[in-house]
Design a protein. Structure first.
Length: 175
């Protein structure tokens, strides 16, 4: 029987949402999906991945201008994952690897979804957030412009196209 311990307390062990655990060294900075022994492909996200993994730069700029993280600083990938964690607490694990010098990042999130589904979830959550922000905007033309954009926006198609594009330059978050 395994010894009980505080989850996430070991910077050498990556907690998986299916309940599994693997050495942190099983993944590398460029990995987007972890082919798990449970049969799923779990999306892997690290704090060093820029938000442009999920959105084009101009959208990232809008996000940074619109969203001010409660603790200050700039809107980053960890805030995106924070949103996913809030919505799907059971489906995402977070491992703090800052004590582990070998990895090259500080935080790793692994989701029960594969990276494509996670991408869709993130786009959905951000659209919801922006929609919410817009309903509080005094600028009615910006508001209706956004509503119109939202009506014609196809999340699946966006994710599909963006991922195909990004496959040509994965170098952006590989280092
Ligand atoms: Zn698994």
């Amino acid at each position: 029987m395994a010894t009980p311990r505080v989850p996430g307390s070991n910077p050498d062990v990556l907690e998986l949402p299916c309940g599994g655990e693997v050495p942190v060294t099983s993944i590398d900075l460029g990995m987007r999906d972890y082919p798990c022994a449970c049969g799923e492909r779990h999306a892997v996200v690290m704090d060093v991945h820029p938000p442009s993994r999920f959105f084009p730069e101009p959208v990232v700029d809008v996000l940074c201008d619109t969203i001010e993280p409660a603790e200050g600083g700039r809107f980053e990938t960890r805030h995106l994952l924070g949103m996913v964690l809030e919505e799907f607490p059971e489906a995402v694990t977070h491992t703090d690897v800052s004590e582990n010098g070998k990895i090259g990042c500080q935080h790793i999130w692994v989701s029960q979804f594969d990276s494509r589904r996670l991408h869709t979830v993130i786009v959905d959550l951000v659209l919801e957030l922006m929609d919410h922000a817009m309903t509080h905007s005094d600028d009615s033309s910006a508001r209706s412009e956004f509503e119109t954009m939202l009506d014609s926006f196809d999340v699946d198609e966006f994710v599909e196209r963006y991922r195909a594009e990004r496959d040509f330059d994965r170098g952006l978050y590989r280092r």
